[in-house]
Design a binder for this molecule. Sequence first.
Ligand code: SAH
Length: 265
Amino acid sequence: MAPPGDKSEASEEAMVAEPEQRPISTIVIIIAMQTEALPVVNKLQLKEDPDSVFPPGVPWVRYYGTYKDLNINLIWPGKDPTLGVDSVGTVSSALVTYAAIQALKPDLIINAGTAGGFKAKGANIGDIFVVLDCAFHDRRIPIPVFDLYGIGLRKACETPNLVKELNLKVGKLSTGDSLDMTQQDEASIIANDATVKDMEGAAVAYVAELLKVPAIFIKAVTDLVDSDKPTAEEFLQNLAAVTAALDQAVELVIDFINGKRFSQL
Ligand code: SAH
């Protein structure tokens, strides 16, 4: 290794600035559902990529464009090839996060989407949350250390200035592959101290950490899990209004990030 202050090393450093030292430039936004994704695509005037960067035959869709000084890629896992519904959940979101990072080398991942909220923890319908950390609530492995692996707690990229300036709520996110909630899930969600519950966040966080890309999670509350209304009904009832709030929030977040370095978030 070259001694400290070695000239060639210093000049190399100046040429290839570390991501922390230069403004964020390439962003990958992961959104699970078409209803959530299309308003953002339209707002940021993104175009669908006709030459997929993904393997042939997969349903994953990339929308891309330049917005202010940013290269934006929005990845939607697409419709299930057999059943024709959105490919929601952890498996699809982990796969597209991996493939998008490999193909597009982003500086930052943003996972945006709807979520269930807990009114006991201060969530209301239509609230936008910036997630502090993500964990799983349906990976129970009661063996020492495997239990922690199952929970899979991961921190989100810290964004104190963004939260303050945009006046967003903050909370912890718990992820599982079901829209409903069993009693065991509920106990794990409480143990995770979560305010919001989704089906993708902790999976995106896992891949982002593996590949060392900072990740931000923006979650809009479509349903209150601890209310009397059935979740699926409440979710569908509020989906359109809440996705409108979500796409506004994503635009504000992108506007805030534009021109900034990680240390300024
Ligand atoms: N019937 C719906 C199913 C969507 S699945 C449809 O119209 O196709 C729910 C999606 O919204 C997932 O991507 C998940 O991340 C999010 N979500 C919203 N509320 C949720 C909740 N209470 N629990 C888990 N995920 C929720």
